[in-house]
Design a protein around this ligand. Structure first.
Ligand code: COA
Length: 164
């Protein structure tokens, strides 16, 4: 198994034209449809990074900033932000392109997915170390590392407070 990988080793782009069966009667795409594509992109990145089965453990708060309509091209880019021992923090960015205008794609939302590598028994298994290369990747890595460590502290405190 690879002991370390870069962010670009696993970066994944999923693009899809939005169809009528994904929308409400007014033509707005359901948030759940977009979330499903984001989850698929995050899982693909995680599998590329660790080359094993994975499950999604957490999705951070998602804010839909602009509406997505039937006929729009959705461009979903996912990349590794941080790797813990068995978990991976993945940044997913969704852009929307109106295929009938000359406007460049606009960012509709971003989100972080925590995905855990699992073995054949469904137990968490170690993942390769992440090597951030660019300044942006290095900064994001440090930010998400702090979020990861803070969450670990809270989870440990919660477990400690449970009756034995
Ligand atoms: C995710 C799961 C494998 C974790 O199992 P677990 O026995 O709690 O494992 P651990 O406590 O050893 O944690 C394993 C890793 O997951 C992380 N993790 C566990 N629960 C988490 C949560 N709620 N949020 C974020 N990270 C979490 C831990 O921090 C740890 O990371 P690290 O190894 O990088 O430090 C398990 O809870 C599970 O299978 N959940 C269901 C997942 C699912 O069905 N998703 C939807 C379909 S894909």
């Amino acid at each position: 198994m690879f002991l370390e990988r870069t962010v670009s080793d696993s970066r994944t782009v999923l693009s899809q034209i939005m169809l009528i069966n994904m929308a409400n009667p007014a033509g707005n795409i359901h948030g759940g449809e977009i979330l499903k594509i984001m989850d698929s992109a995050a899982a693909a990145v995680a599998k590329r990074h660790c080359r094993s089965n994975v499950v999604t453990a957490r999705v951070n708060e998602l804010e839909f900033m602009i509406p997505v309509h039937v006929g729009d091209l959705l461009i979903c880019t996912a990349e590794m932000a941080f790797a813990g021992r068995t978990s991976m923090e993945i940044l997913v960015t969704v852009e929307v392109e109106d295929l009938y205008s000359e406007e460049p794609p606009r960012t509709a939302l971003t989100g972080y997915f925590t995905v855990v590598a699992i073995d054949e028994q469904g137990k968490p298994k170690p993942v390769p170390r992440l090597i951030p290369e660019t300044e942006e990747e290095k900064q994001r890595y440090e930010e998400r590392k702090q979020v990861y460590l803070e969450r670990k502290r809270k989870l440990a405190a919660k477990k400690e407070s449970l009756p034995k």
